[in-house]
Write a protein that binds this ligand. Sequence first.
Ligand code: F6P
Length: 361
Amino acid sequence: MNDIKRIGILTSGGDCAGLNAVLRAVVLRAAGHGWATIGIEHGTLGLMQTPPRAHRLDPVDFDGALMRRGGTILGTTNTGDPFAFPQRDGGTLDRSQEAIAGYRALKLDALIAIGGDGSLAILNRLARQGDINLIGIPKTIDNDIGATEVAVGYDTAVQIATEALDRLQPTAASHRRVMILEVMGRDAGHIALVAGIAGAADVILIPEIPYRIEHVVARIRAIYDAGRDFALVVVAESVRNEAGDKIVQKYAGGQSRYGGIAHFLADRLAETTHAEIRATVLGHVQRGAAPGARDRLMASVFGAHAVDLIEQGRFGRMVAWRDRNIVDIAIDEAVAVPATVDIDGPIVRTARSLDICLGDR
Ligand code: F6P
């Protein structure tokens, strides 16, 4: 046993479905130990403010409604790296001491960070520098954290992408069109691959498998020649153009994000097939929904186990789901290797055995 009294919690990086359910699980479990939970607002931004922006979270706040809601009631940021905090002039500033001071000012005995690999790596560095008792909980729709089979938010994003295909199929059939759906996932093709299989796509393009446009064209022609005059294509946002270049959108402040490969493909396919083609970019719709049952479950399992790790004094760990069990791994190790799609694995094999075109043949 240790003498924990107050734990902090923050959400960091892009939001996703299930974050409020994690907060609920942590608050309920911590209250069971008699501890107070302090919610830090807008991730590291709240820690770096003087005084820190934070408020107490109590079981009474979680009356059953909040865990069903998308987003995060604490707010988050994916531009709050305290070691390289962006400045107006385009430079960066090391504000790590301010973040550490925020942890101390809040009189926290431990900190739970709900984040993706980037956020957890940064916060782990901060924890080392500032002697912070850190526990990580994995969340990301991209599901690219190698140490866990599943991260909070992924399952709901896949569900949304699958539902998008369910809605594209009738309109594709009505208009005899090829519908191209672009989904998120950053540098991993998990959402595209799984939603593509679940949503009965004809073609799935993922960054892990280089494609040739002629293979995609041949598949679409074959579908039309066989008498079905519509097709569904799913493409992961980080699939590159034929020259191997990333396709990105630029945003104010110098930010750029993947986006636009669906329209690139639509143009290329229009040149080489007679089919009418439309592109849909699903975007942040994949993040904002109410969490599905599996995300609520993982949020609950992860949240409760994170608190138990604090109780055991086992810090610097990330909770993870492996082989139908809850485990924990050193954060360094957990974020070291990103999990992209295993191109020899069972899901790719399934896609091939269902004769889904993956663009490489
Ligand atoms: O990492 C989650 C994610 O949604 C990616 O799939 C996507 O590429 C990126 O974040 C979008 O970032 P932003 O919310 O900054 O536009």
